[in-house]
Write a protein that binds this ligand. Structure first.
Ligand SMILES: [Zn+2]
Length: 417
């Protein structure tokens, strides 16, 4: 075993063992503008370790948060699946906690306000907190009150002073970004007080293990939670997980409901998930060693497929240019000689190149279609297939690396029917 030179981001012990070294990589969301095309961007280590004390999985190196989030190209309103997910979740939480008009909901890492906007039709007051100035502007334009700040204890005090105590505090897809994790949790503890509830959604490490979704690892994601490791983190701050479930977003996310310890009855869902995690070995280092072996086998198999397309003179484009795509391309050493471009519907990204691999990002509308697409945003693959019937009918193919490497084309779809 190789111990990483770091204190665990959860428990603080120096007991983090390396299991997956993805090498030095550039920041996955720092797209390269044409003017900087001939300069090499900064590279940082991307090493993943497991804490043998509290089981928290984490990366070793922290890219300074100011360089990552001040101008964030990811806008949550852009995918239909995500918008529907936020609407369903908001309605479920309103019903579960009996939220009424004028109750306050605070969302940490609120992005363009998509989630919060789903509470507004019920008359709830909402407040978003997000550090990225460009998406805060979008949120304000959408009528969602938002502060352009990093959330911490001080911000929690200001919220209580200006807006009162929230009934519900949420965080989705952000709770693994936070460099000042403990300050954030202390701030949340203050905000929810004795009666409020904190609901977190974060990519589920169990799902990553089951799906071999190593491409969820990138510099923004400092930590990767199981129920066990997130419970350990909250326990350090007098908080307790009393409800837990898995939700089918981002390829499998963990949702936990948290309150001050002893305020709510811990539900059967928590006990059941603890047992399931124990059974699957998520608390054992060997599970992570096996995961890493499978990642390198996937690399060899995928490179084999791409080289075969190249040998047959076929063009391959990436379908989408998500952050997780950068991890996959850069971990496996895939560049423009194997995949010629990335097609993207988010216009904010078009004209740039992907970091590291330097795949040029082109608009996904019109133009000549490639012989095949490498699917980087595999968690939205069903959505893509539904709208690409004509492309597949015309002989187009999808190479899907995760959760299981496969080629999807007209004949494979017919065989599946
Ligand atoms: Zn630890």
């Amino acid at each position: 075993m190789t111990k990483l030179d770091m204190a665990c981001r959860g428990c603080g012990e120096r007991s983090v063992e390396l299991f997956l070294d993805l090498g030095d990589q550039p920041h996955c969301n720092r797209l390269i503008p044409p003017a900087l095309a001939d300069q090499r961007e900064p590279y940082y280590p991307l090493q993943v370790g497991f804490c043998t004390n509290c089981t928290l999985v984490q990366i070793s190196y922290t890219v300074p948060k100011e360089s990552m989030f001040s101008d964030y190209p990811y806008v949550s309103g852009t995918t239909k699946t995500l918008v529907q997910h936020f609407k369903d979740t908001a309605e479920r939480l309103i019903a579960t906690y009996g939220l009424k008009a004028d109750d306050l909901v605070v969302d940490i890492g609120s992005n363009d306000g998509t989630w919060l906007s789903k509470y507004q039709p019920s008359g709830l007051r909402v407040l978003g907190i997000d550090p990225a100035a460009n998406v805060v502007e979008l949120a304000l334009k959408n009528g969602v009150p938002t502060w352009a700040r990093f959330f911490n204890e001080t911000v929690a005090d200001e919220i209580i002073a200006k807006e009162g105590a929230p009934k519900l505090v949420t965080a989705a897809g952000v709770f693994f970004h936070l460099e000042e994790l403990h300050s954030v949790v202390r701030g949340v503890e203050k905000l929810i007080g004795d009666d409020g509830v904190f609901v977190v959604q974060a990519i589920y490490l169990g799902g990553m293990l089951d799906n071999l979704a190593f491409d969820q690892v990138y510099h923004e994601h400092l930590v990767y939670y199981t129920l066990k490791s997130i419970e350990a983190l909250f326990a350090l701050h007098g908080l307790e997980v009393f409800d837990a479930r898995l939700v089918p977003i981002h390829g499998g996310s963990l949702e936990v409901h948290v309150a001050r310890k002893g305020r709510r009855t811990v539900q059967q869902s928590v006990l059941a998930m603890r047992e399931e995690e124990e059974r699957k070995g998520y608390g054992a280092f060997e599970t992570y060693q096996r995961f890493a072996e499978n990642v390198w086998k996937l690399r060899d198999d995928l490179i084999g497929i791409l080289d075969d397309y190249k040998a047959r003179g076929k063009t391959v484009h990436a379908y989408g240019a998500p952050a997780k795509g950068a991890t996959l391309l850069n971990s496996f050493g895939i560049t423009t000689d194997r995949v010629q471009a990335a097609e993207e519907k988010n216009k904010m990204k078009v004209g740039y190149a992907m970091p590291g691999s330097r795949l040029p990002i082109i608009a996904d509308e019109g133009g000549t279609r490639p012989d095949a697409y490498l699917v980087l945003a595999w968690n939205f693959f069903d959505e893509f297939v539904a709208k690409e019937g004509a492309y597949l009918e015309g002989g187009g193919e999808f190479i899907v690396p995760v959760p299981k490497l496969r080629i999807v084309n007209r004949s494979s779809l017919q065989a599946a029917e």
